[in-house]
Design a protein around this ligand. Structure first.
Ligand code: ADP
Ligand code: ASP
Ligand code: MG
Length: 409
């Protein structure tokens, strides 16, 4: 007997036929004694459609985040009800549960809730009655009892966290690709599929834009020690395992993957007084508003003493709020103005092998230079290097960098 958690993403449940096919596949893979939890996302582009609906009604000047989550969470509720009906049609008892009913407890950061704890008693009780439990991904409940969503791609995190809390034997993420590739296969059709990748490298790839897994889901996998199998809904092929250490010999690549992220905006605060405490004031205000600041560059003005420019990047949905905060503080500090640029993207290389391998950065910059792509901001971590470039050049940049590092594969 095994307890398994299977997650099906939006494209896997996009139509009634696909929902029936998911139910059939789950049953075909289930032995009589197996306990199965299925986590599902909203059908197809439902979440995007709901966001458009909200945008047509709301004024972004107001904080609509609680109501936005109330709206977005409905997408997943459609899927769980329909999938449970599909199981019933196939003679399999099943029950749908919302995130709240499944015990997914989150903090109160609307739109990007973080799971704090999972109390899956109801899930266990229903499994023990012989039912398949179908849980709405992407949603949880705040300490006040409000519904909240977990950020785009959050169903991955719901699935991995539930697998951890239930001590599941396996966690499978079914999606529209058959594994993790060395770059987004939509951008680099020759990208290489991996048999395995470590939590740390996958976390960095996800953080830097590989949308196939939400970063927080990989953190959860690492925290609970749950191996995650990312595989295709539409084929039987083995996918990619995300785990702590490599278990099979793979061709050694110093770089594991090239990622890109177009969900980036660049903010420049111009003419900031160069004295202690300024960065603290700015970035603590952004942190209080739950705005993640990514790359930060402080540049000295050679012509004017005691004045600097500060440039940093954030995620695009945070632009309105970040601009309000930065402009307010900018006025208090007497800065020369704030510029927001949305037409940017980030391209990164990721790999634990770059530690102690000088020359990776030069190679990446060389690939961009040969493609005549200008770099606006650079940042590095122990296992990654990222460059901000113009958004319209991002595909070309990924292709050029991938060709540079993976040409021999
Ligand atoms: P789901 O709806 O199943 O959650 P997503 O669209 O969120 O699916 O994630 C799957 C997509 O992630 C793929 O179609 C692929 O284009 C994209 N992707 C980005 N980077 C990678 C990568 N390195 N490997 C595989 N897929 C990737
Ligand atoms: N439906 C949500 C989204 O589109 C959550 C998910 O798909 O994981 O982001
Ligand atoms: Mg996803």
């Amino acid at each position: 007997m095994a307890l398994v958690v299977k997650k099906f993403g939006g494209s896997s449940v996009a139509t009634p036929e696909k929902i029936l096919a998911v139910a059939q596949r789950v049953l075909a893979e289930k032995s009589l004694e197996d306990k199965v939890v299925v986590v599902v996302s909203a059908m197809g582009d439902t979440t995007d459609d709901l966001i458009s609906l909200a945008n047509a009604v709301m004024d972004p000047v107001y904080n609509n985040s609680r109501e936005m989550d109330m709206l977005l969470a409905t997408g997943e509720q459609i899927s769980i009800a329909l999938l449970s009906m599909a199981f019933a049609r196939l003679g399999q008892p099943a029950i749908s549960l919302t995130g709240m009913q499944a015990g997914v407890q989150s903090n109160t950061a609307y739109g990007k809730g973080r799971i704090l704890d999972i109390t899956p008693e109801r899930v266990l009780a229903e499994l023990n009655k012989g039912k398949i439990v179908v849980v709405a991904g992407f949603q949880g409940v705040t300490p006040d009892g409000d519904i909240i969503t977990l950020g785009r791609g959050g169903s991955d995190t719901s699935a991995v966290a539930l697998a951890g809390a239930l001590r599941a034997d396996a966690c499978e993420i079914f999606t529209d690709v058959d594994g993790i590739y060395s770059a987004d296969p939509r951008v680099v059709p020759t990208a290489r599929k991996m048999k395995e990748i470590t939590y740390n490298e996958m976390l960095e790839m996800a953080r830097l834009g590989a949308g196939v897994m939400q970063p927080r889901s990989v953190e959860m996998g690492k925290f609970y020690g749950v191996p995650i199998h990312v595989r295709s809904t539409f084929t039987q092929n083995e996918g990619t395992f995300i785990r702590e250490e490599y278990t099979v010999e793979e061709k050694e690549f110093i770089i594991r993957g090239v990622t890109h992220d177009t969900n980036v905006a660049k903010i420049a605060v111009l003419g900031v007084p160069d004295r202690p405490g300024i960065a603290y004031k700015l970035f603590s205000a952004l942190a209080e508003a739950n705005i993640d600041v990514d790359m930060i560059v402080q540049s000295v003005r050679s012509t004017q003493k005691n004045i600097i420019d500060m440039v940093f990047t954030i995620a695009q949905p945070d632009i309105v709020q970040a601009r309000q905060i930065v402009e307010k503080i900018g006025e208090e500090l007497g800065t020369m103005g704030v510029q927001v640029e949305e037409n940017v993207a980030k391209v990164s290389v990721v790999g634990a092998g770059m530690l102690g391998n000088p020359g990776i950065a030069a190679n990446m910059f060389g690939a961009l230079a040969d493609a005549e792509i200008n770099i606006e901001v650079i940042s590095t971590s122990e296992i990654s290097i990222s460059c901000v470039i113009k958004a319209e050049q991002v595909n070309e940049a990924v292709q050029a960098i991938h060709a540079r590092f993976f040409s021999a594969s």
